[in-house]
Design a protein around this ligand. Sequence first.
Ligand SMILES: Nc1ncnc2c1ncn2[C@@H]1O[C@H](COP(=O)(O)OP(=O)(O)OP(=O)(O)O)[C@@H](O)[C@H]1O
Length: 314
Amino acid sequence: MNSTVTPLHRSGATPTPDAISLDGVTKSFGDVHAVRGIDLHVAPGEVVAFLGPNGAGKTTTIDMITGLSQPDAGRVEVFGMGPRAAIERGLVAAVMQTGGLLKDLTVGETVDLTASLFAQTRSRQECLERAGIADIADRLVAKCSGGQQQRLRFAMALVSDPALIILDEPTTGMDVTGRRDFWSAIHADAQRGRTVLFATHYLEEADQYADRVVLVRHGQIVADGTASEIKALASGRVVKATLPEANTAVLSAIPGVESVDVRGDVVTFGTKDSDALARHLLTNTTAYDLEITSQGLEAAFIALTGDDFEGASA
Ligand SMILES: Nc1ncnc2c1ncn2[C@@H]1O[C@H](COP(=O)(O)OP(=O)(O)OP(=O)(O)O)[C@@H](O)[C@H]1O
């Protein structure tokens, strides 16, 4: 494990193999070290967001998981086997950002065509329903909006009923409504236990739809945990309390307090240990009406992917 990894996520021992297992994976293109030692283990049923700035190495990593390219070093396994073997068994499907659609077919015909490639498939109706496009089965692909085409790609990915779905920036270019409809279809489907890994630039998508957020920078994982763990890691917690006649100097001296702002009777603290601070305030002062919040994921993203970030200790 490299020194900048923040191992917040710990999955317990599972009797089945990991859905995705990357160990010491590297990949370079000439002088560009796109992936520089990634260790990642995703348990079956997890919904994981792969988040990072442009050029962080997300697509390069995803291409190795989907068998489109090979690592220079390290090991990639999907359900305990090589990615190509997993794809051949229908265990994995990818939703691509573009391509793969024939404009002259209808939505329903497109799903039928995909189904003809597999021995065992889900019904057309079920795939369309799960993707939220059953009502446009007779519409020509050429007449579908960008968001509807993405949901059609999702329906195609569902045909083999894969245990793992991988999506590389699936909502790029979609409007807000299209993104919301697309994600509610993915989210409803994932709740049935499917494993999902998606790369995104949209922080709110990671925050809203992922159980776990893996933050990548310069080809390495810099943080790995729930969205709230990552927010807390980068920016700490904000604790607000009503405390009449507060003394800033006294409050600043409480262990773990990083900042104090007094406005009338309301005191706002910045801290990395909100539990200890809350306990102290409630037992040793007259503070009441406590409110504990995390800073936004955006602040964490900027802090953790900025060039001055050197990793954080768990
Ligand atoms: N086929 C290639 N040939 C040369 N360089 C490449 C190739 N593919 C990726 N790279 C480089 O590797 C680095 C990682 O790229 P990658 O596409 O994996 O990042 P990303 O996190 O997916 O970025 P984005 O969010 O912009 O899609 C970048 O510097 C990119 O220019």
